[in-house]
Design a binder for this molecule. Structure first.
Ligand SMILES: Nc1ncnc2c1ncn2[C@@H]1O[C@H](COP(=O)(O)OP(=O)(O)OP(=O)(O)O)[C@@H](O)[C@H]1O
Ligand SMILES: [Mg+2]
Length: 466
């Protein structure tokens, strides 16, 4: 019968496996059991599974880790979490991560039957969807890769609003693809054969931003030797993309608001008003709502920009897209770097699946680029991945997540690496700062300064010169 479904039950308690097993069998399904997460993974690799029911706390590889891997490697299989009475918090975390549902122990037979029926039905739908998606050979849309639910929402919004004049505010952490979305909106609009002008507001000094956006007349200020159109004018009939909009100073916000409301503005030092037809798309990795609350961003401008919000989810909230992104990135680098690295082995993929990706897709890209450069074979193994990842999944880089900018992330990452290098140099030289400095190819003084900066104890007490 084609209708026979297989349910994988992972729990370290034999009695629970037995009870669950018999309930599931009575429903007419096949049961495979595993006593820990590792065994569950083996079972998954061996054969067809339609739903997973797993305990959270298990030896070796726990339920959370099993969940993370299943989401990436078997995105069609719903994962139901079993949680001990009173530890609902972790179950909620699991559901946020992508678990299908959770059941609190002790559970009623009927609860299992209900959840199982829903999960199996979802599995069927997901499989059908994947087959259809596969037939259309899509791994995303508009140049963006990803088929996860949050990305499909993004595609829908892009499709609906691209060809309207409404302003769009794209939000999301650093490296989530905001610029790609801005491009997609322009390309899907009737303005696609006109200019897409990009301005990075964070890169322009406050004093110059007005003339950058609105242009200036000759002699408007020292250095304005000739008249120059601003980006608004250059974007005429096209799209203007103001990136890092959260960074523009308050006085500029007033002027921008006026330009948007009236569709016109003055060049700096200009007498006549310039009219433009420009579609505005903006992006920020800040929480503009919060910026409004704290008075750093004008509320009226915020509403004017936020007509159509598009939020890009962080990569850790759409882990199911990781394999597609990996394929896409490998393909991109294959030709660019001239290296024939074709795939990741399952262990390497598992490492990527469980990493938290504070730098999102940009971090994934950078990581794969580095890995490919040093990889001497066609398939990337876990050991080929850079140290903080490949070493093990439990040791995550001590990165700031959430709203941190790429700069902050890079700084934190640099500090972490510096600390490691210094500590191992000191270890190797038995705590001799002079020798450690030599090894690190820096002066003794710089090493001591660095150690102070990183709050590392100077084993020689510091102070004396070397
Ligand atoms: N969905 C995606 N599919 C494929 N590549 C992506 C996707 N999202 C982002 N990328 C790639 O990741 C990198 C970062 O993307 P992008 O510059 O658009 O991010 P961002 O959100 O603008 O980041 P920042 O806030 O740091 O400017 C780019 O190389 C981009 O091509
Ligand atoms: Mg960007």
């Amino acid at each position: 019968m084609t209708d026979l479904k297989t349910v994988l039950v992972a729990d370290d308690e034999p009695s629970l496996r037995r009870v669950l097993g018999s309930i599931i069998q009575r429903e007419g399904h096949r049961v495979v059991t595993a006593s820990d997460g590792q065994a569950a993974l083996t079972a998954l690799r061996k054969g067809e599974v339609h739903t997973i029911i797993t305990d959270l706390r298990m030896p070796q590889l726990d339920g959370m880790e099993l969940l993370r891997r299943a989401i990436v490697e078997y995105p069609d299989i719903p994962v139901v979490i079993l949680t001990a009475h009173g530890s609902v918090d972790s179950a909620v975390a699991a559901v946020k991560l992508g678990a299908f549902d959770y059941l609190e122990k002790p559970f009623e037979q009927q609860q299992i039957q209900q959840v199982l029926a829903k999960a199996l039905r979802t599995n069927e739908l997901r499989r059908r969807e994947m087959r259809l998606g596969g037939a259309a050979a899509t791994n995303g849309r508009f140049g963006l890769v990803g088929t996860s639910a949050p990305m499909r929402t993004v595609y829908n919004v892009i499709e609906k609003v691209a060809d309207t004049p409404s302003t769009v505010l794209i939000t999301g952490e650093s490296g989530t693809g905001k610029e790609l979305v801005a491009k997609a909106i322009h390309e899907q609009s009737a303005r696609h054969d006109k200019a897409l002008i990009k301005v990075n507001c964070a890169a322009i000094p406050d004093a110059l931003i007005e003339s950058e956006l609105f242009g200036h007349e000759r002699g408007a200020f020292t250095g304005a030797v000739s008249a120059k159109p601003g980006r608004f004018e250059l974007a005429e009939s096209g799209t203007l993309f103001l990136d890092e909009i959260g960074e523009i100073p308050l006085e500029m916000q007033v002027k921008l608001l006026r330009a948007l409301q009236d569709g016109e503005f003055d060049r700096v030092g200009g007498i006549k008003t310039v009219k433009v037809d420009v579609r505005l798309v903006t992006a920020t990795n800040r929480d503009l709502g919060k910026e409004v609350e704290s008075g750093r961003f004008r509320e009226d401008l915020f509403y004017r920009l936020n007509v159509v919000p598009i939020h890009l989810p962080p990569l850790r909230d759409r882990r199911a897209d990781i394999p597609l992104l990996v394929d896409h990135i490998l393909e991109k680098f294959r030709s660019r770097l001239g290296k024939d690295v074709r795939a990741l082995d399952p262990d390497a993929l598992a490492v990527l699946a469980t990493h938290d990706w504070p730098g999102n897709i940009r971090e994934l890209e950078n990581l794969l680029e580095r890995t490919i450069l040093f990889c001497e074979h066609e398939t990337i193994a876990a050991a080929d991945l850079p140290a903080p990842l490949g070493g093990g999944t439990s040791e995550r880089p001590a990165l700031v997540t959430g709203d941190s900018s790429l700069k902050e992330i890079v700084r934190a990452e640099t500090e972490r690496v510096e600390r490691q290098l210094i500590l191992s140099a000191l270890e190797e030289t038995g705590g001799n700062v002079t020798h450690a400095a030599k090894r690190l190819k820096i002066s003794r003084k710089s090493l001591q300064n660095k150690m102070k900066e990183l709050s590392l104890r100077d084993p020689e007490g510091g102070g004396q010169k070397g």
